[in-house]
Design a protein around this ligand. Structure first.
Ligand code: SF4
Length: 367
């Protein structure tokens, strides 16, 4: 392994595993060897923080205790349980994958990296995690945490946006990977990145692999991973309307594919260039549902960040003037009562809006 001897490699593996056995956080998905539970936790953890996953994981497993039950549940229910974690494509893929596993593999996750990899939503990372943790197969996991640890351990000077960086991490990782304890080795590396070798201030004094770390030897742990300046994230202005007819609110449903696919929301949309939020609100409602509305008061403004862009949402109260609903864009609509709000899955940005309207409109007071 390059400048490391095989003695050194064994030593690194042992230090790491010993540290992991002693210091790992106790997390519910580490108390189980059920491949399904491990799969669900890995999918959740991929884009959501541990403390948030801790809130949703137990309820999800309770509601959908095995693959067949998940496969047979209506998508709506799965989305509802996923709601506040965001990145809903994960939940839709999970649901589809559960159906494939039920049909093709009698409801049991296949014990094969290649077969796992072919299931919807299972990429290289999750396939390696399930293979190693649930089935003890020798596949190294390379997630964001592990990449950061690798970049420091081996002082990798290539910037993280280049493919070469990824390849170097992979090559180095295969050199130190413990094929005899793949699941524990992978979890130990991820845990090291999550708790010790953290992005801003790595706690090198507590690090079990400190004496193997090239960045530490140079006194330059903070210089890795090498980043390049990112482009600024675009910000979009959105205008939405709270349209009440007696005690009922109009909500529309997004088409099943794409970002936030299948979720419900308030009608409205993105501002055109040179357009102000109030006119955009009226125009969007006309375009989406064919209703002519009169603009009422400005209700609230919230901000929300997605991975690749941010939105600023301006919310207005609207009054119905004329029109019969015809959908263009949304695939469904409902006039719902206040008590029905929690029966529909909404994107996180809509939840922010509802919370902010709690004190302003009776309709949202229970939110
Ligand atoms: Fe990370 Fe410091 Fe350990 Fe190196 S010594 S792996 S920089 S925590």
């Amino acid at each position: 392994m390059g400048s490391h001897s095989s003695m050194n490699k064994k030593n690194l593996q042992l230090s790491l595993l010993k540290w992991y056995q002693r210091h790992q956080r106790r997390l519910p998905w580490r108390e189980t060897d059920n491949p399904y539970d491990i799969w669900i936790s890995e999918v959740m953890l991929q884009q959501t923080q541990v403390k948030t996953v801790l809130k949703y994981y137990p309820a999800f497993i309770k509601k959908f205790p095995d693959i067949k039950l998940l496969a047979n549940a209506p998508l709506e229910e799965v989305l509802k349980s996923w709601e506040l974690m965001g990145y809903y494509a994960r939940a839709r893929n999970l649901h589809r994958a559960a159906q494939v596993v039920t049909e093709k593999y009698q409801g049991k996750l296949p014990e094969s990296y290649e077969k796992l990899r072919r299931l919807p939503g299972i990429g290289a990372y999750i396939a390696a995690a399930i293979s190693s943790i649930a089935f003890d197969l020798p596949y190294p996991v390379l997630d964001g945490n592990v990449r950061r640890v690798m970049s420091r351990l081996f002082a990798i000077d290539t910037p993280t946006n280049l493919n070469e960086f990824h390849e170097k991490c992979e090559r180095r990782l295969s050199q130190i990977f413990d094929r005899e304890n793949p699941g524990n080795f992978n979890q130990a590396m991820m845990e090291l990145g999550a708790t010790i070798c953290v992005p801003k201030m790595p706690v090198c004094s507590d690090c079990p692999v400190q004496k193997h770390c090239m960045a530490y030897a140079k006194g330059k742990q903070q210089a890795y991973p090498v980043k390049v300046q990112k482009k600024p994230v675009p910000e979009y202005q959105i205008a939405l309307g709270v349209l009440l007819k007696k005690d009922r609110l109009l909500i529309t449903r997004r088409k099943p594919e794409g970002l936030l696919g299948g979720l419900w929301e308030l009608p409205g949309g993105k501002l055109h260039s040179n357009e102000m939020p109030p006119e955009a609100c009226v125009r969007e409602i006309k375009e989406e549902v064919n209703l002519e509305v009169e603009l009422g008061e400005f209700l609230t403004r919230i901000k929300h960040a997605y991975t690749h862009f941010k939105i600023v949402v301006n919310v207005y109260s609207c009054k119905l003037r004329v029109g019969k609903i015809r959908l263009k864009g949304p695939v469904d609509y409902r006039w719902i009562k206040s008590s029905e709000l929690d029966q529909y899955p909404f994107p996180a940005a809509n939840h922010k809006i509802f919370r902010s309207l709690k004190t302003k409109l009776d309709f949202f007071k229970k939110f």
